[in-house]
Ligand binder design. Structure first.
Ligand SMILES: *Cc1c(COP(=O)(O)O)cnc(C)c1O
Length: 389
């Protein structure tokens, strides 16, 4: 009889730990090191020792990677110094001079910059597509299209992509890379829907405490070889201290995600009813244009969503945000603390121009008292409306 596969919560608490190899200590310790010694000439020449040199991996990084790999259902997982470097290594692993990558128009800004600047330098071109193309993506695929990059949902504007439909249309000759930072593998498993490579900004939910920069790449059998080659060839390495902190964050990911989900949905529903709010961009709301794909493919939603306020001058945005004490203003997200960020999608949309009027705000809903958060947001909306008059 085969044992049933462990469930995600059990993986989160047990995967990547080997107390019997670390004097019984529950967590894999931080192993800092460059040189690893070999006992004999035979061992040195065989090259099959588990650890050979710091850059090739440490027990700390290996444990953290193994946990992510099990969660995503991959053939291998590598840790990178940031989410952006994980995206860069993934795309470089499957693109060559003369190739083209199709990128969702809703992708994270620095992902776009990497494509527009770095890939362009290497003779690789980028075309952006409507994040809601679905099966129509088939019409965009050319002989030189070798990769498709997805971010579902887009982390500012929250459009969902149908990975299974895209895989059906694209065939197997195109590598599909998916940024899964928002949902985490607890709520969404892109490899099981047809993606080849999943990347994460582990900086966000995995770490969970706004104190680490880290990225992860998980690939299927077909893509793990090229990913390993590109990673090793560029000398990419992740600090064991950062790997340790990410592994520590992972152990509580399921309780944090459930709490984030409830709070974000509750706040999103509340915002729908507020004066001056034109639209709430949260794929878990039944009114969201992609709700049917979301409900089919995701088992939960994240901490992050956006809303659009009726048009008003910049002074209204400042009047709303500057006095806030609980919602901090800053980049990144995924920590225990709430954040708010004003943004303008117009400069970073090229496939489909962003034409909706109004000012956009993104919220990351943290763990402060929920009533306190709502009160602060309500007071902020009032100041916005007063300044808009
Ligand atoms: C933050 C973020 C990244 C980049 O991660 P860093 O660790 O900041 O490099 C990539 N994708 C998404 C969706 C993000 O939110």
């Amino acid at each position: 009889m085969t044992k049933p596969a462990p469930k995600q919560q059990t993986i989160l608490t047990h995967a990547g730990r080997e107390p019997d190899r670390h004097h019984g200590f529950v967590n894999t310790p931080v192993v800092r090191g460059s040189t690893v010694l070999f006992e004999t000439l035979d061992a040195l020449e065989a090259g099959d020792q588990e650890y050979r040199y710091g850059r090739h991996g440490t027990p700390t990084a290996k444990g953290a990677g193994a946990a992510i790999n099990q969660l995503e259902g991959g053939a291998g997982t590598l840790l990178c110094p940031s989410g952006l470097s994980a995206i860069a290594v993934s795309l470089l692993s499957c693109l060559r001079s003369g190739d083209e990558v199709l990128v969702t128009d809703s992708a994270y800004g620095p992902t776009r910059s990497f494509c527009d600047r770095m890939l362009a330098d290497y003779g690789i071109s980028t075309r952006y597509f409507d994040p809601r193309s679905g099966p129509r993506i088939a019409q965009l695929i050319r002989p030189e299209t070798k990769a498709i990059f997805l971010e579902s949902p887009g982390s500012l504007t929250f459009e969902i992509q149908d990975i299974a439909a895209i895989r059906r249309e694209a065939g197997l000759g195109v590598t599909i890379v998916a940024d899964n930072t928002w949902a985490t593998p607890l709520f969404y498993r892109p490899l099981s829907l047809g993606a080849d490579i999943v990347v994460h900004a582990g900086t966000k939910m995995f770490s969970g405490h706004s104190d680490v920069m880290i990225g992860t790449i998980t690939a299927n059998e077909r893509s793990i070889g090229p990913v390993r080659r590109t990673y090793a060839g560029h000398g990419i390495h992740c600090s064991p201290d950062d790997a340790f902190l990410m592994a520590r964050g992972l152990r509580t990911l399921s309780v944090r995600m459930k709490e984030h989900e409830l709070r974000a949905l509750e706040l999103a529903k509340w915002l729908l009813e507020q004066e001056g709010v034109r639209e709430v961009l949260h794929p878990g709301l039944p009114g969201h244009p992609d709700y049917s794909v979301f409900a089919r493919d995701f088992s939960g939603s994240g901490s992050l969503f956006s809303f659009i306020m009726d048009p008003a001058p910049r002074t209204a945005i400042a009047a709303m945000l500057d006095p806030m004490k609980l919602f901090g203003m800053g980049y990144s997200w995924g920590g225990f603390e709430s954040l708010i960020l004003p943004f303008d999608p117009r400069p970073i949309r090229t496939a489909v121009p962003w034409t909706q009027p109004g000012n956009c705000f993104r919220l990351h809903v943290g763990f402060e008292d929920f009533g306190d958060l709502k009160d602060e947001l309500a007071a902020g909306l009032k100041r916005y409306l007063a300044a808009a008059k």
